[in-house]
Design a protein around this ligand. Structure first.
Ligand SMILES: Cc1cc2nc3c(=O)[nH]c(=O)nc-3n(C[C@H](O)[C@H](O)[C@H](O)COP(=O)(O)OP(=O)(O)OC[C@H]3O[C@@H](n4cnc5c(N)ncnc54)[C@H](O)[C@@H]3O)c2cc1C
Length: 394
């Protein structure tokens, strides 16, 4: 077992770090974008285009379609650096890469990949992934959006909710019901469709007024007699769950690292604050209880990162254990992000609730992580099911 990073991996990690943190670059653009997002709540188009120039919008796209062609571990190293500085921007990048582009690459025909992936890699267009609906979240197979076939045309009707990036995207991976749900067959199909203000049959209905993750947009949209054709089917008819579930398994590793990196950020901030803040004549960190709690947190953060990297390595080496490791890593990352940011608020004291303090902002950003891409309870269900099937084999 070798934990050492290659020269190339170190370079990739440093490149992403300096893009996100280097104060000298482009007059602190990244920092400005982040501050601006807090005020405007808008999708960071310019930031995304700059990220594309460095290959950060194509880390899940093969080189033959203009992608960075990174291995899974290298991609995660870069993503760790992005998520450390900004969870919402990392979500924009994640949805574009590991949900949208990944699904296209996973299930798309050559012509679909050629049409969309190079433009997504260059940042010319952004992508989103829409499964969730008002009545289908955790029960992701229960979607009501329908696609009805007439000749070689498909008519799509329904409403999608909580779709990250949709307001800025030109392409969407959308799931619709094409037959009734039965045991072993959810009856859904993935469609790869154009979206946007001038696209017939598509309307962006509203942006969710969120309490956190400014800079990432959460959208509701409708499809009203949206006309698609067989060309728009992504993968096979009635086999949409293979696309949806397969994409989630991959993407959960990224969400796991998002949570781990946010936890690390909160840990670093509170270590700094508690070392400077003095009460009863000594720095807060000199209280053994607090130092021990932060030491325990550090152990959890390191363990969680190891689990995420293990999942990435297992995926890269086609190890069948990867999906359950990804679920465990996602559970840990989400729960840890909330725990670490809450502890950081506690040990920062009253200042943590100031809008000018970073602590409550990090906490609010953390709250969504144990929910999206399969809430913690759903990860536990996946892990428990895997445990049961293993014990049945022994
Ligand atoms: C910031 C953000 C971004 C998102 N981006 C996207 C996106 O880009 N595309 C997309 O398709 N979706 C997206 N989502 C939706 C997200 O995937 C869902 O919110 C998530 O799957 C949970 O669904 P729900 O909100 O409907 O909760 P519900 O399904 O209503 O669940 C409510 C609670 O009940 C628990 N629960 C439900 N069923 C069970 C069970 N059987 N056993 C135990 N507990 C259970 C859940 O774990 C949860 O705690 C996003 C959500 C957020 C918050």
């Amino acid at each position: 077992m070798d934990f050492a990073l290659s020269e190339e991996q170190i370079q990739i990690k440093n490149m992403a770090r300096s893009f996100m943190r280097d104060e000298k670059s482009k007059e602190k653009q990244v920092e400005n974008w982040i501050k601006n997002a807090d005020k405007t709540k808008k999708f960071p188009v310019e930031f995304m285009k700059e990220a594309a120039k460095l290959g950060l919008l194509s880390i899940d796209i093969p080189e033959e379609y203009g992608g960075a062609g990174l291995d899974r571990v290298s991609a995660l190293l870069a993503f760790e650096e992005i998520a450390y500085v900004s969870v919402p921007f990392s979500l924009d990048i994640l949805v574009h890469n590991s949900l949208s582009a990944f699904a296209i690459n996973l299930a798309g025909r050559k012509d679909q990949k050629e049409k969309y992936l190079p433009r997504m890699a260059s940042g010319e267009i952004f992508g989103c992934f829409a499964n969730t609906e008002p009545d289908a979240g955790s029960d992701a197979k229960n979607i009501k959006t329908r696609a009805v076939k007439n000749g070689n045309k498909w008519l799509l009707n329904g409403k999608k909710r909580f779709c990250t990036n949709a307001s800025a995207s030109k392409v969407a991976v959308v799931f619709a019901r094409t037959s009734e749900r039965k045991a072993g067959s959810p009856g859904t199909t993935a469609f790869l469709i154009d979206i946007g203000p001038r696209v017939k049959g598509y309307s962006l209905d509203r942006l969710e007024p969120k309490i956190c993750q400014a800079g990432s947009t959460l959208c509701e949209f409708s499809l009203n007699d949206y006309e698609a054709s067989d060309e728009n089917v992504l993968g096979e008819v009635d086999k949409g769950w293979n696309v949806c579930g397969g994409t989630f398994e991959h993407s959960r590793i990224w969400i796991a690292m998002q949570g781990d990196s946010l936890a690390q950020h909160a840990h670093d901030e509170i270590m700094k604050y508690a070392s400077e803040r003095t009460t009863f004549g000594k720095p807060v960190i000199e209280n053994q209880y607090i130092a021990f709690e932060l030491a325990k947190l550090k152990i959890e953060i390191e363990s969680a990162k190891m689990m995420a990297y293990k999942a990435a390595w297992q995926e890269m080496t086609s190890n069948p254990e990867f999906a359950v490791t990804a679920s465990m890593a996602k559970y840990m990352g989400g729960e840890l992000a909330v725990k670490a940011t809450r502890l950081a608020c506690q040990y920062a004291g009253g200042i943590s609730i100031s809008q000018e303090s970073i602590f409550s902002k990090l906490y609010a950003d953390a709250l969504a992580i144990p929910i999206y891409e399969g809430a913690s309870e759903i990860q536990l269900a996946i892990i428990a099911k895997n445990m049961k099937s293993r014990s049945a084999l022994t």
